[in-house]
Design a protein around this ligand. Structure first.
Ligand code: MEV
Length: 442
């Protein structure tokens, strides 16, 4: 069936949007309306709050919100809030937290906290002439012009750290950047950075127009291409690590501590040298990071983009975690570039985000960076531990069992039967179906 384009969809009421979708795309089947309605909140204010986070909203999309307790991070015991739909992520985090609980827990270090943004522009002027103009005039003007925008941030201890002129003309004709670094304290700072950069664009235009050393032709060549923050923040990095004596690395899979240590390290080395494995390895890390990023109201697309760009910073995509087993000590760590906030955005608006931040003891942005790196490291530890011993399916399918049973409308009694049935066996889709059939035919 060919569908017709719609005019003014955003201006229709929620009900009229739904009516249009049902008649245009869903063969007038009103049962689809019930699916949408069953996710509406009974509390009209709460429903309105969620609808206003985005545009053209017709329902809410739930995600399970779970807790991984027992994380000892820099001496503090934390229960981690995780919003994630994938079975076994919360269970793996909880298991890894417990494993490290009696071994000193996780230690973290903030390496740096610099955020970045660029005014990208094109100007047909000799680079040395432009550099002179930047050093002796423009830089000061850019800082002066943004004083009002940065006043609040400066009061909180942040602001613009530096501005540099970058010559990119070897890569693209007449292309330069104003590359600015920022300290955004407890906010992720996207709006603050973009406001500063847009002002840079305006001031650059005004100052170039006034500059006596540029010819009229040179002045006319200026084009501000765009002013935008970079989600790549290789100088906003946190390290999280665990370590213990290899003799204390007790694993319950039956292999010796030494064998576990070297098998684990070899799996990390493979992720360091092999991009196919590194991608899955880092995906597993981000299972842990994103779940906490979402639960704390931060932007998981930004953290994903940054982590993967960083993983490829040496020209080849590689592991975000590393492991050594020198002098009888097992050491496992992650360097995670991550830009997050605990003020602004959804943090004061979304009730569950408020809950998450309160649960974490109202962390600063730096403390949240540490918690996120730990979540990623713990997740990777859990995945590698399974992969090099029992394999991933044993734990994963155990958690997935309920998804399979729910697909077949299993009763609580049937679910209990299957929990006992698979107590000492690896769950398989095929076996669940055939056993369910037998059970129902009895
Ligand atoms: C699944 O979501 C994540 C893993 O594949 C990660 C890994 O292989 O390291 C289990």
């Amino acid at each position: 069936m060919n569908h017709q384009p719609v005019e003014g969809f955003s201006k229709l009421s929620k009900q009229r949007k739904i009516d249009w979708l049902i008649s245009e795309y869903l063969s007038n089947d009103r049962s689809y309306e019930q699916i949408l309605q069953q996710y509406w909140n009974n509390d009209d204010n709460l429903q309105k709050l969620h609808e206003e986070f985005s545009e053209n909203t017709i329902s809410n999309f739930y995600m399970p919100y779970g807790i991984a307790p027992n994380f000892l991070i820099d001496g503090k015991l934390i229960a981690l809030p995780m919003a994630v739909e994938e079975s076994s992520v919360v269970a793996a985090a909880s298991k890894a937290a417990k494993f490290w609980l009696d071994k000193g827990g996780f230690k973290t270090t903030i390496i740096n906290t610099e955020k970045l943004g660029h005014t990208h522009f094109v100007l047909n002027v000799e680079p040395h002439k432009l550099l002179h103009f930047f050093n002796f005039k423009l830089k000061k003007k850019l800082l002066e012009a943004t004083e009002d925008i940065t006043a609040n941030m400066r009061r909180r201890g942040g602001g613009i750290l530096d501005i540099k002129l970058i010559d990119k003309t070897a890569e693209l004709e007449h292309y330069f950047q104003l590359k600015a670094s920022f300290d955004t304290v407890d906010s992720m700072g996207a709006n603050f950075i973009n406001s500063c950069l847009e002002q840079f664009g305006k001031t650059l235009k005004e100052e170039v127009a006034k500059e006596e050393r540029f010819t009229q032709e040179e002045k006319n060549s200026l084009q501000i291409v765009m002013n935008i923050l970079s989600n790549y923040t290789p100088d906003c990095v946190v390290r999280a690590e665990v370590s213990c004596k290899i003799e204390d690395l007790k694993d319950d899979s039956g292999i010796s501590n030494e064998e576990f240590a070297w098998k684990f390290k070899r799996a990390v080395t493979i992720a360091e040298i092999e991009p196919y494995r590194a991608t899955t390895h880092n995906k597993g890390i981000m299972n842990g990071v994103d779940a906490v990023v979402i639960a704390t109201g931060n932007d998981f697309r930004a953290t994903e983009a940054c982590a993967h760009a960083y993983a490829a910073r040496n020209g080849k995509y590689s592991s975000l975690t590393h492991c050594t087993t020198d002098n009888g000590i097992f050491r496992f760590w992650i360097d995670l570039p991550i830009s997050v906030g605990v003020v602004g955005g959804l943090t004061n608006l979304h009730p569950l985000v408020k809950f998450s931040l309160a649960l974490l003891g109202k962390p600063s942005a730096q403390e949240l960076m540490s918690i996120l790196a730990v979540s990623g490291l713990a997740q990777n530890f859990g995945a590698l531990r399974s992969l090099v011993t029992t394999g991933i399916q044993k734990g994963h399918m155990k958690m997935h069992l309920f998804n399979i049973l729910n697909q077949f409308g299993a009763t609580e009694e049937e679910k209990q039967y299957f929990v006992t049935y698979f107590k000492d066996k690896t769950v398989s889709h095929h076996e669940v179906i055939s056993e369910l059939e037998k059970l129902r035919n009895k």
